[in-house]
Design a protein around this ligand. Structure first.
Ligand SMILES: Cc1ncc(COP(=O)(O)O)c(C=O)c1O
Length: 615
């Protein structure tokens, strides 16, 4: 299609030159008439173009850099159609009065524009870098869907799992520079305040509702710090137990140990891959029976961005009176029934590490929710979760936030000198990093759209590859919800994941796990502690490891799923309530590149590489 459009453009461009330069006497005689018609109709034509461009969703923020190019292409294409309609008017109105002829030109050009836009919208593709895949004379290096992709290993830069991408208009630098200009190079300041306000606006917005939630946000130095302070704030003490999802990154569980408490690992259900509410309730009952006391908190995790079954988890938590700390570090922007993750429980954890949905280079935040609102969710109120049960003494979101800020700034008392009556932490976000965060908030929606677009491409392109299954958000019906309700599980698809049939043979599988890993596997930190072993008693299947290696050789970073915490030697003595789901997923799962740098072309290359890896 793009080739046909190119040809039409070139032919029409040629016609335009002929029309003005070497046209017949008739055309030359009527030249000034034509100019008049042009002048009459040009504004209408421009308005129409703008309308169609906006309607077609062609112009987005990320396109700014390419906007001139896009406009030139559209104006030339549209103008050529206009010339065509003017030539037609010559045929219909040989002795035309200018007004009638003008109306004709405008109408015909409008209809042709419509057709032209329709076709253009089918072929215009915008990749992750905002490149417009449109009219190759203007954009020779980009490719479009459906074009053949060279699957041979080529000299290309590495495709990473997910790396930070700054806004095109350099907002991050602007805010960081402001921090330096004003000498706010400390862990507080105007950027921190403004970043928190931006985050609050974002998390309090409920899709499809004008009502805003009332959650408050405290910006912190890391997501791990956010988990730590949330546990502290709900009263976790040495010797206490905390129910935490086993299928997660270690930072969901480590802070439990920092506090001298014990993690109780809960396995996943197979639809979302997140905390299984049935096992959660079993665990709570069993812990009460065994220890005589309730777990102090429940920590579900939005694995790779996928929402957990928060309605069921909140219902159980509120029935037993246990606070929920949502670990939405990977799920920034994911929603359950339109409500942003992190705003359901008592606290919601966010991470802005360099590989997350947005970054502050390193950083995190704690969403602080009104205790009453959180305690009402799932209690059978009118569904909005806003009715506060009478027996709940509600701590407001604002008071919760103050408490968190107090802990995050060394728990200092109100004296002119440093007086401490509790152990505090140095966990506040730096004003310089918050400047990056403010800039990133201007592109968060673009990042979310991009991750979801990449997921959609993987779903489409891998749909018929035997032995490979793309993990998707469960449909409403699958999860027992009304099909007409808007999407219940709305994942940000921070990382797109696939599973491999254990019987699928991958090239080089016979050599899997023969070599010691010495470089980074899906993380900038790399390997610091070299183990000397190449295998453990619980590891991904050979075909998964072979695919990882194959992809790495093709300059693609892929990574196994998180190894469940109950299989980690460091937690080998922790009680775990299991159904085998996380362990079996760990053995077959692979994370694929998904971040803002991953272009459409990259996705096609990744998919072709996976196909060519199959033996
Ligand atoms: C599930 C989960 N929880 C917590 C964290 C900790 O976040 P941070 O790296 O910002 O400390 C991360 C990520 O890194 C994570 O993936």
């Amino acid at each position: 299609m793009i080739v046909i459009l190119d040809c039409i453009t070139i032919v029409l461009a040629g016609m335009l030159s002929i029309y003005f330069l070497i046209g017949g006497a008739e055309v030359v005689v009527n030249f000034w008439n034509h100019v008049c018609i042009w002048v009459y109709s040009l504004p209408i034509f421009l308005v129409m173009m703008t309308m169609f461009q906006t309607y077609g969703g062609i112009i987005t923020k990320s396109l700014k850099a390419n906007i001139i190019r896009l406009w030139i292409a559209l104006i030339i294409g549209g103008a050529l159609l206009q010339v065509l309609s003017m030539v037609l008017s010559e045929v219909v109105f040989p002795f035309r009065p200018p007004l009638r002829s003008t109306i004709f030109v405008v109408v015909v050009s409008g209809v042709l524009q419509c057709l032209y836009r329709y076709v253009a919208r089918q072929v215009i593709k915008v990749d992750a870098k905002g490149n417009v895949n449109f009219f190759s004379p203007f954009q020779p290096e980009v490719k479009t869907m459906g074009e053949m992709v060279d699957t041979s290993v080529r000299s290309r830069s590495k495709i990473n799992l997910c790396l930070a991408q700054m806004s095109e208009d350099g907002m991050e630098k602007k805010y960081v520079n402001e921090a330096f200009d004003m000498n706010w190079v400390v862990p507080l300041g105007p950027n921190v305040d403004a970043f928190e306000v931006d985050l609050e606006k974002f998390v309090n917005n409920v899709a499809g509702s004008k009502e805003m939630l009332d959650s408050r946000v405290a910006a912190l130095s890391a997501g791990t710090a956010a988990v730590h302070l949330a546990l502290l704030a709900v009263g976790v003490m040495p010797g206490d137990e905390v129910c935490v999802q086993s299928f997660t990154f270690c930072a969901s569980a480590n802070p439990i140990a920092y506090l001298g408490a014990f993690p109780i690992f809960i396995d996943s259900e197979p639809n979302t891959w997140n905390m299984d509410p049935v096992l959660l309730e079993q665990a709570i009952k069993d812990r009460i029976a065994k220890t005589g006391k309730k777990p102090k908190a429940i920590v579900p995790v939005a694995l790779y961005g996928m929402p957990y079954q928060i309605d069921k988890i909140m219902e159980i938590a509120n029935r037993y009176g246990i606070p929920v700390i949502e670990d939405a570090a990977e799920g920034f922007g994911s929603r359950f029934k339109g409500q942003v993750l992190g705003t359901f429980g008592r606290f919601g954890v966010l991470s802005f590490n360099g590989n997350k949905m947005i970054t502050t280079s390193g950083g995190g935040a704690l969403i602080c929710n009104d205790e009453g609102r959180s305690a009402a969710i799932g209690t059978g109120g009118k569904g909005s979760g806003k009715e506060i049960p009478k027996n709940v003494s509600s701590v407001s979101a604002e008071d919760s936030r103050k408490n968190i800020l107090w802990y995050a700034t060394q728990a200092r008392e109100s004296f002119p000198y440093y007086q401490h009556e509790a152990i505090g932490y140095n966990y506040r976000l730096s004003n310089v990093c918050a400047g990056i965060g403010r800039g990133q908030m201007t592109v968060v929606e673009h990042h979310l759209r991009h991750h979801r677009h990449v997921q959609k491409m993987y779903e489409e392109l891998l749909a018929y590859v035997p032995g490979v299954t793309v993990h998707k958000a469960p449909s409403n019906l699958e999860m027992g919800f009304d099909a007409n309700q808007h999407q219940v599980y709305d994942s940000n698809y921070w990382l797109c994941t696939i599973t491999l049939d254990p019987n699928l043979r991958i090239k080089g599988q016979e050599n899997a796990y023969k070599e010691q890993v010495t470089g980074a596997v899906g993380g900038a930190a790399g390997v610091i502690h070299v183990s000397g072993e190449t295998t453990t008693d619980c590891q991904p299947n050979d075909n998964v490891e072979a695919l990882r290696k194959f992809m790495l050789d093709a300059q693609i970073e892929a990574r196994p799923l998180w190894k469940p915490m109950h299989k980690q030697p460091v937690f080998k003595n922790a009680p775990a309530y299991l159904n085998g789901v996380s362990e079996s997923l760990f053995k077959v799962g692979v994370c694929l590149p998904s971040g803002p740098w991953v272009s459409d072309d990259d996705v096609k290359y990744i998919v072709e590489t996976i196909k060519s890896a199959i033996a």
